[in-house]
Design a protein. Structure first.
Length: 179
């Protein structure tokens, strides 16, 4: 590219006009790449949990478990899915007000509530899954090791989730402090 091409590109820059509709589509929160990745993650989780709901009765011997254990598992999965849907809806439709600082404070408070609900629903789901999988099992040393590994994996996932929520809330606190 020579200097004349560069100069002509410079003079043409910014002359492309976009319609109001195109600008609105570009700035919509729903089109954000992070939300797209989150939507894909949620769809995969919902598909996997729905498959678990369809398979647990026959494939995981749900018929041999008491009704209360089955109902606890079903309700914890539904709670987990609903919590994800509420969180996604909130992220897709953030509260917007005239004052940016107030909106940031409100968003940080809402994220705190979502974090607590998310962690509680994850704990309820993992606890009922462990209860379902270990109900009426005669444990030996190998099974205790597997159970310990599952519990450690769940604890690490909870810790990672807590750190992730903490980072998101801190980001909004920093934005609030900058104003």
């Amino acid at each position: 590219m020579n200097i004349d091409d560069l100069k002509s590109d410079w003079h043409r820059a910014g002359k492309e006009s976009h319609s109001e509709q195109e600008l609105a589509m570009m700035t919509r929160v729903r089109n954000h790449p992070s939300l797209r990745r989150l939507r894909i993650k949620f769809m995969i989780e919902i598909a996997a949990l729905t498959a678990l709901l369809f398979l647990f009765y026959d494939g995981l011997d749900g018929a041999e478990k008491p009704l209360i254990v089955n109902m606890m598992l079903i309700s914890s999965i539904i709670l987990y899915i609903l919590n994800n849907a509420v969180g996604y809806y909130h992220l897709q439709n953030p509260s917007v007000s005239g004052n940016i600082r107030e909106a940031l404070v409100k968003e940080a408070q809402t994220l705190k509530k979502l974090a607590v609900l998310s962690l509680l629903s994850s704990i309820a789901y993992s606890a009922t899954l462990l209860l379902f999988l270990t109900y009426q099992i005669v444990f030996n040393q190998r099974k205790y090791i597997i159970l310990s590994a599952l519990i450690i994996a769940f604890l690490l996932l909870f810790y990672y989730s807590w750190i992730s929520w903490k980072r998101k809330i801190a980001h909004f606190r920093r934005l609030e402090a900058d104003f």
